[in-house]
Ligand binder design. Structure first.
Ligand code: DGL
Length: 282
């Protein structure tokens, strides 16, 4: 299908500072990326969109994910975002190329499983990758693995149901431990010494992964994404000034295509963050 590049819905040059960064995920997982971006760019204004009505993304088709990603990126730009972070490995694998082709002038940061750092860290040359079914089946992941496996054995473990369970969990018990144990057992059997948390939701269950994989180094890419986001933000505003300013961080604005309550109460319980979440219709 041939597609035409389109202008960014709102011109970045016309927008006020500080930089406004749109971030989205299928649900709460991208909050782990949002937190890392907030720590690195405390003066940035963050706009978070959770596509809860259409989660989980891990079981969706590529075309569906492209369509949702385009709608949400457009929505975030209409709210003033000057750049977009796809805080979801699954949506990145399916749609990041589409977003860049549609809006060549819009900086878009994607998230992908940290195979490269994991392989570099593995003394046993055995690395586990925990991610959604869709991420692991994607062409983008195949190319990533091919480019960076570097002779190491990659043990790929799809985790259907896990993102949903994290979304619904009140705390780290709540049956989550059983699911994490089920998906970690094959990695233990394969004697991996490094495992990649290849879904932004899984970061919230990190303590359970640590328990299920004793002695195994866990890799997530939130920090690397925050660094990349800061580089892009640097091109948009003078970040040096922003960092030096000690005024309080601007409010985080958030939207959900599903129940705003789910996102708000997750942010309160897990991040001690009070966020007013509005309905997102797109
Ligand atoms: N948080 C998303 C990711 O990083 C996906 C979770 C889902 O299946 O919706 O892949």
């Amino acid at each position: 299908m041939s597609r035409q590049a389109q202008p960014v819905p709102v011109s970045p040059a016309a927008l006020p500072q500080p930089v406004r960064i749109g971030i989205f995920d299928s649900g709460v997982g991208g909050l782990s990326v949002m937190q890392a971006i907030r720590a690195r760019l405390p003066r940035a204004e963050l706009l978070y969109a959770a596509d809860t009505a259409y989660a989980p993304y891990g079981d969706r088709s590529e075309e569906f994910l492209c369509d949702r990603s385009e709608r949400i990126a457009r929505f975030l730009c209409e709210q003033g975002a000057q750049m977009v972070v796809v805080a979801c490995n699954t949506a990145t694998a399916a749609a990041v190329a589409r977003l860049r082709a549609t809006w060549p002038a819009l900086p878009v940061v994607g998230v992908e499983p940290g195979v490269k750092p994991a392989v570099a860290m593995s003394a046993a040359h055995r690395v586990g990758v925990l991610a959604t079914t869709r991420t692991l089946a994607s062409e983008k992941f195949r190319k990533l693995a091919e480019a960076h496996a570097n002779g190491a054995t990659l043990v790929l473990q799809p985790c259907p149901g896990l993102a949903d369970a994290i979304e619904a969990a009140d705390a780290l018990g709540s049956g989550l431990d059983v699911l994490v144990e089920r998906y970690c057992a094959p990695l233990r059997d394969a004697c991996v010494d490094v495992a990649v948390l290849g879904c932004t939701h899984y970061v919230f269950a990190r303590a359970l992964f640590e328990r299920a994989l004793p002695g195994v180094e866990l890799i997530d890419t939130a920090e690397a994404i925050a660094r990349q986001t800061a580089r892009f933000a640097d091109d948009l505003v003078d970040r040096g000034d922003a960092q030096a300013d000690a005024s309080p961080a601007p409010a985080l604005r958030a939207w959900s295509s599903g129940s705003p309550h789910v996102l708000a109460s997750f942010a309160r319980r897990w991040l001690a963050l009070d966020v007013a979440v509005r309905d997102m219709h797109c």
